[in-house]
Design a protein around this ligand. Sequence first.
Ligand code: NAP
Length: 232
Amino acid sequence: MKCALVTGGSRGIGREIAITIAKDHNYHVLVNYASNSAAADETVRLIKENGGSAEPLPFRVENKEAVTTALNKWHENNPESIIEVIINNAGITKDGLFALMEEEAWDSVVDISLKGFYNVTQSLMQKLLRHRYGRIVNIVSLSGTKGNPGQVNYSAAKGGMIAATKALGQEIAKRKITVNAVAPGFITTDMTKDLPVDDLKKLVPANRFGEAQEVADLVSFLVSDKAGYITG
Ligand code: NAP
């Protein structure tokens, strides 16, 4: 069975990615989440409603031991299956001025995005290299490309993921494994629900926030066979 793992697949952008790649590419989707099992079950239900297949797979991406334990157990129970698509989507924000930023706000934001990318991707890498085909998509942010005041931690986490995407893409391209990053602006999800939409949408060329589905459609293309020459 060919599988795709979506971290943070229970809600928001991750949920739409999970639903879309199940529908577009027939992957069995592992819907990772941190704590919201009801939301993860709903993502699984929506995938099955479309005729697809999926299962929830909880672990906190920043905890290397939790990641490897969950993935090793899953492989033991599914010896014939291969996770050939990894979507590193789990992420949080803890915004505030850098001068007042507590260590916890730095560590948690960097650990979930950047260490989470390492923990999940590295755990699956040897199998992926032997498989000689794979798609890795990292969900980053405009904050990681241009930097955003009030988000020094988040900008650093996403900027780190962007650099890692470029480096890893070059490292494993010969094995037909592509590594790409998608950097959305404002997308309507729980993460942005308390932001002043009317003020912020003026900063967006399209004059509106994007929808999670619009991110998912690009990710689905990057996951497809058609995107085999796009990496890094
Ligand atoms: P969201 O609605 O807040 O959903 C976050 C998802 O991440 C949930 O599924 C959550 O699981 C999961 N998650 C959080 N911490 C986790 C952890 N430690 N381990 C595993 N999973 C964890 O966020 P979103 O807006 O969809 O954002 C998804 C990604 O897109 C993030 O990386 C974010 O930085 C990025 N992004 C978002 C925007 C935007 O405007 N929304 C823009 C650019 C980039 P639970 O349900 O269990 O909590």
